[in-house]
Design a protein around this ligand. Structure first.
Ligand code: FO1
Length: 314
């Protein structure tokens, strides 16, 4: 079956499935709408961590162990910065630095984030359309046991240690959804919308908080499939499980399925977990969701597409 696929993605886990979809689909069949709630300015540079992760994954440059940044990275800049007494809590590798410098000066000239991202994709041979959810600033903030924290202060500087009480998306109400993202969701040849196995609270929900995005997904003429970021009561990477516990939710795929219930047609749980109890209007099925290799990514992408096609054919 052919048709266009739209994926919603955060960083690490989302980028892996985005890469699987990219490998499983033809060149012009994939649009990825990426969370920009983690973006911030650091050392005068504009950093867009989830866009970076998706671009590195799709161009085969991602570091598999750290989950962010480039593989075969060197750290001369960070060592020199440390010698000068500079801020070394957020690590920018030597190769990665090029991305942030090039992006920052272009944005300072007035180029929007979407245009810079498209430029990078073209330069790195990425054929999928990679779109920031908005070109306007939306900033994820965490109300924690230590008060309100900007996202990277919570995530990197504080290593997700403070307990989370609430998550907010500053600027979301005033942000304009990326026009190309709305256009992709409105396509008549749309085959599937995929919610990648990203953290629901800080990676997927910022995208849904941009006005028009939720409604565009609801109105889309294609099945919506979400993949669990929780396996065996744990997040594969990152603080999703810890956050769920702190927000008073059961740490399970079932709780994620419930959270997305009004938006999705299919929930893909990990095959090692017992299938979550029925959620009204949602098909629940198991698949191998842990993506260790490129083959795993493609296999999961194919399982997701097959699940969407089965809903369409039913
Ligand atoms: N994550 C870390 O845990 N420590 C870092 O020093 C760090 C640096 C970094 C630099 C560029 C970039 O694109 C991402 C970076 N990340 C780092 C990852 C990132 O902050 C988070 O993984 C995402 O925001 C969550 O999706």
């Amino acid at each position: 079956m052919s048709g266009h696929v739209v994926a919603l993605s955060g960083g690490v886990g989302g980028a892996k499935l985005a890469q699987g979809l990219d490998l499983a689909l033809a060149a012009d069949e994939l649009t990825i709408i990426v969370n920009t709630g983690d973006d911030f300015r650091h050392l005068g540079l504009y950093i867009s961590p989830d866009i970076d992760s998706v671009v590195y994954a799709l161009s085969g440059r991602a570091d598999a162990v750290r989950g962010w940044g480039r593989r075969e990275e060197t750290w001369t800049f960070m060592a020199a910065l440390k010698e000068l007494g500079g801020a070394d809590w957020f690590r920018l590798g030597d190769g990665d630095l090029a991305m942030h410098v090039e992006r920052s000066w272009r944005m300072a000239q007035g180029e929007p984030l979407s245009a810079v991202t498209a430029r990078f994709c073209q330069a790195l041979g990425i054929t999928a359309q990679v779109l920031p959810m908005s070109d306007d600033a939306v900033r994820t903030r965490v109300l924690s046991s230590e008060g309100w924290l900007d996202f990277q202060d919570y995530f990197v500087a504080r290593q997700c240690q403070p307990a989370v009480r609430e998550v907010a998306f500053a600027g979301a109400a005033q942000a304009a959804a990326q026009p190309a993202a709305l256009a992709a969701l409105a396509r008549t040849d749309l085959r599937a919308i995929v919610i990648c196995p990203s953290n629901p609270f800080v990676s997927v929900e910022p995208i849904l908080a941009v006005p028009g995005m939720h409604a565009a997904i609801e109105a889309a003429r294609a099945p919506v499939v979400a993949v669990t970021p929780i396996i065996g009561g744990k997040a594969v990477k990152g603080p999703a499980a810890k956050m769920m516990a702190e927000l008073g939710l059961p740490v399970s795929g079932a709780a994620i399925a419930q959270r997305y219930a009004n938006l999705i047609d299919v929930f893909i749980s990990d095959e090692r977990d017992p299938l979550p109890a029925a959620v009204a209007g949602v098909r629940i099925q198991g698949a191998q969701t842990l993506m260790r290799s490129s083959d795993d990514r493609v296999a999961l992408a194919r399982a997701v597409l097959a699940a969407a096609d089965a809903v369409r054919d039913a």
